[in-house]
Design a binder for this molecule. Structure first.
Ligand code: F1P
Length: 356
């Protein structure tokens, strides 16, 4: 007899667990095609980079923008695609736009791409997981990652793979050879840790239910906190929010209670200050999940649940791996609530607006 229950969410969980192998394929394909080196030569210098997307792809834009400035020293920002057509005066005219879209079909992204190419005469760079999609026809340059495409509505491996591709481009531009080497080592290193991460999150969900979820991160980890928030919202229809870690003190901490799960995605650069917030929230009675590369006694004392990544790569190269606990949390919480994470309520795989 076919166990139908075992198949609920089958695409999403397979896609999450295939992340290390998918990153490896994408990195190998980009290396073989020498695509990033030739793009790097074609794209302008001393200009602001603007990373653009919708939904997960906007949160990816935030993580990519922070990574870009850290790795290249160039200015950058992230914008939702809608902002470009609704408030065009907010778009920096002298810039290099990067359009991020898993599907290559999202209406707001296509409208923004059209505006940037046709009206502003900018040569946009797109990154997508689809093949032969409309964005490829509009954008002047395009990176495609077919190995990272997904069947599920929610974005998981496409998010992390596109982030790693943009970080590779940044490291190429910034001549950060050590960072490129670290990205190459990342899939195998994470592969070793993935089972442990998986079972920590699964037993967390099995042991407790929460009324509210909060995700905190700074620098490149702010976009990761945002995306973790979206995963829990989409897959489990739960109330979830995200903030810069230190911003949580300035009002949002009013919601702390044992029924609130507060996830701290701890950076190395901000370690001491972020751990101080963690200790404060623990004292206020919040339930805490800590995602950190390494642990110390303070961190372990203040963490109700602890995911230790143990990756021997620079801090920014850990961003993609840091979203996996949030992806698994959304998945298992959705399953526990009797939902199907492959097909979240009210959502479709692509948002295509009807033209009037
Ligand atoms: C991404 C996106 C997803 C979201 C939703 C619709 O679009 O907005 O983040 O989960 O189901 O699509 P894109 O990356 O394909 O443009």
């Amino acid at each position: 007899m076919v166990d139908l229950k075992a198949q609920v969410g089958a695409h999403t969980i397979a896609e999450i667990l295939s992340e290390p192998a998918t990153w490896k394929s994408c990195l190998q394909a980009m290396e073989q095609s020498v695509e990033l080196q030739s793009l790097n030569e074609k794209l302008p210098r001393n200009i602001e980079w603007v990373f653009i997307g919708c939904g997960s792809s906007f949160y990816l834009a935030q993580a990519a923008s922070a990574s870009w400035t850290i790795l290249t020293g160039e200015k950058s920002r992230a914008m939702p695609a809608s902002e470009i057509t609704l408030f065009p005066q907010l778009f920096p005219a002298e810039s290099q736009p990067v359009l991020i879209t898993r599907s290559g079909y999202t209406s707001e992204v296509l409208q923004a791409a059209d505006y940037l190419e046709e009206r502003l005469h900018l040569q946009t760079l797109a990154i997508t997981c689809g093949s032969d999609t409309p964005i490829e026809k509009i954008a002047s340059h395009c990176i495609t990652l077919p190995a990272a495409d997904e069947k599920s509505t929610v974005m998981t491996r496409s998010f992390t793979s596109m982030l790693i591709a943009l970080q590779s481009l940044a490291a190429t531009r910034g001549e950060r050879r050590e960072f490129l080497d670290a990205l190459r080592k990342l899939p195998d290193q994470l592969g070793i840790r993935l089972n442990a991460v998986h079972s920590t999150i699964k037993s967390l969900v099995d042991s407790r239910a929460f009324a509210d979820y909060v995700f905190l991160g700074q620098g490149p980890f702010f976009g990761i906190a945002q995306e973790s928030m979206l995963k829990v919202k989409e897959m489990s229809c739960s109330y979830a929010q995200s903030f810069h870690t230190l911003e949580f003190r300035h009002g949002p901490k009013a919601i702390v209670s044992p029924e609130t799960l507060i996830t701290f995605i701890i950076s190395e650069s901000g370690f001491a200050a972020e751990v101080a917030v963690l200790e404060e929230i623990k004292k206020l009675g919040g339930t805490t999940l800590v995602v950190s590369n390494a642990g110390n006694s303070i961190l372990r004392r203040a963490a109700d649940y602890f995911v230790e990544l143990s990756l021997d790569v620079p801090e920014t190269a850990r961003a993609a791996a840091s979203v996996i606990p949030g992806q698994l949390l959304g998945f298992y919480t959705g399953i526990k609530k009797g939902l199907n994470p492959d097909e979240p309520r009210n959502l479709s795989r692509v948002v295509m607006l009807e033209t009037k």
